[in-house]
Design a protein around this ligand. Structure first.
Ligand code: GLN
Length: 491
């Protein structure tokens, strides 16, 4: 049955339509793959009974010719998405065994369209991290290894479980979220395709909030086409999220294979960092050459405020996080550690329930929002954010269709290798991705090559607001030129 797990979503859809196999068979094959891959720690909750029930129900519908656009496709769900009657923890001890009585809008749209839920995927605690090492369920293991080495590598984060599971053929696609890079960076580390949609494209309702003005849900898949298929189901207006935008959802798949001839692609000079590895530099010029060969025109552009993006992000994101996380008080959800007074109950619960990185963010956030420092830090970071957004607007106003950059400054690194002494070392992973969240733009990460040790590297394309279609067209060009990359199975 292993071949059932190596298909793309597009191929599986065709197979199901032709009745070559059933959704139950497809689901069973993935459940077996998950069981055999527990060493990766990608799934933190397997829901086999529910998966089989969903698969059987959808098989009955397919038989009647009623299947939706994702009919029978088994998916993994990041544990940040509330799933009705299924434990949802954001991988934090503080949520304990919280079982939501409601379903997130994004996942409910996937089920509406016939997808099957295999289980919940590991992530960094409250999506804070770039390596999936801050989860209370322990780190996720990247299915990729350096050539000739057994070193355990991180899959990136915070959607590390999603990326690892998709790369290791445990699910055909996964939901993920991206606040500063958490879809695109793990996609780059695992040779998967990750899409961070325009802010407002996917509803945030029912997704555990990290930094509400930056958070966006999006898909991780094995091909650009599959990501486009998933996006169509995930996107859409939702009156329950006031920041969700009321715009028709296009048929993203139709953008696959569309000509990119004549498109102007910006190459921003500020993304050429000092000391950038030669391999990243090479990948970037190769990507540019592929787009040129497909008829696009390369244009040097400038995004002058790029260097302020990461510092500004690490003010805005923790500020919003400290406010969002105030609700975890030991009274309403999950963990409760008693105390002699209500104040002590709060303190004990939060001290026990939050991990180190989350506590650091709450402290930074509270500090930058405090009366004496608000103007100096928070307000100034918001002004910088406006300038970053304007850099992109200026660029697009000159007729640029999309911007090409590396997705990450390096390939995947070892568990425990980064950020131990200095958290900024970890934060630097998102140097190329946070700008996109600060500006609310869509971005896609597409596998584009490997480094000298055989590890995958990705390219990022940044688009105009609500122009994900152009990103899918360009992503497909990169994918066709670079080919696809699959880790060698060792687990
Ligand atoms: N790594 C970044 C952070 O830790 C981004 C995380 C994310 O996108 N959720 O904040």
């Amino acid at each position: 049955m292993t071949d059932l797990t190596s298909m793309t979503i597009a191929e599986a859809k065709a197979g199901l339509a032709k009745k070559s196999f059933t959704s139950l068979e497809l689901t069973d094959a993935h459940l077996a793959a998950i069981e055999a891959a527990r060493v990766l720690n990608a799934f933190i909750l397997e829901t086999p009974d529910q998966a089989r029930d969903m698969a059987r129900a959808v098989d009955a519908k397919i038989a009647k010719g009623e299947g939706g656009p994702l009919a029978g496709i088994p998916l993994g769900i990041k544990d940040l998405f509330a799933t009705k009657d299924v434990r949802t923890t954001a991988c934090s001890k503080i949520l304990g065994n919280f079982v939501p009585p409601y379903e997130s809008t994004v996942t409910s749209q996937l089920w509406r369209d016939g997808a099957v839920m295999l289980g919940k995927l590991n992530n960094d605690e409250f999506a804070m991290g770039s390596s999936n090492e801050t989860s209370c369920f322990g780190p996720v293991v990247n299915p990729w290894r350096r050539e000739g080495s057994n070193t355990t590598l991180v899959p990136g984060g915070s959607s590390g479980g999603s990326a690892s599971a998709v790369a290791a053929l445990l699910c055909m696609g996964a939901t993920a979220t991206d606040t500063g890079g958490s879809i695109r960076q793990p996609a780059a580390f695992t040779a998967t395709v990750g899409v961070k949609p325009t802010y407002g494209r996917c509803s945030r309702w029912g997704i555990v909030a990290f930094a509400s003005s930056l958070d966006q849900a999006g898909p991780i898949a094995r091909t650009t086409r599959d990501a486009a298929i998933l996006m169509r189901s995930m996107a859409g207006h939702d009156p329950k999220d006031t920041t969700s935008v009321d715009r028709a959802v296009p048929d993203y798949e139709a953008a696959i294979g569309k000509s990119v001839k004549g498109m102007k692609i910006g190459i921003p000079k500020e993304y050429r960092l000092d000391g950038m590895p030669a391999e990243i530099e090479k990948l970037w010029s190769e990507g540019a050459a592929w787009l040129k060969a497909a008829g696009a025109e390369l244009v040097d552009v400038s995004l002058p405020h790029t260097k302020y993006a990461l510092p500004a992000y690490y003010i805005v994101a923790p500020a919003e996080a400290s406010s969002n996380l105030a609700r975890y008080d030991g009274v309403r959800y999950g963990l409760r550690v008693p105390g002699r007074s209500i104040g002590e109950l709060y303190e004990n619960t939060r001290a026990e329930g939050f991990g180190d990185e989350v506590r650091r963010r709450v402290m930074i956030g509270t500090y930058v929002l405090s009366a004496g420092y608000y103007d100096a830090y928070y307000l100034r970071a918001q002004k910088v954010r406006t300038l970053i957004k304007k850099d992109f607007e200026d660029c697009f106003a000159k007729g640029i269709s999309a911007i090409l950059t590396p997705a990450t400054p390096s390939a995947a690194f070892g568990v425990g290798e980064k950020g131990g002494a200095d958290p900024v070392e970890m934060y630097l992973n998102d140097i190329f991705t946070v700008t996109v969240n600060m500006a609310g733009l869509p971005g896609i990460a597409v596998p584009a090559g490997t480094d000298a040790q055989g590890l995958p590297l990705g390219l990022q394309l940044i688009g105009r607001p609500f122009d994900e279609e152009t990103l899918f067209s360009l992503g497909e060009v990169v994918e066709q030129a670079a080919g696809r990359f699959t880790p060698q199975r060792w687990w």
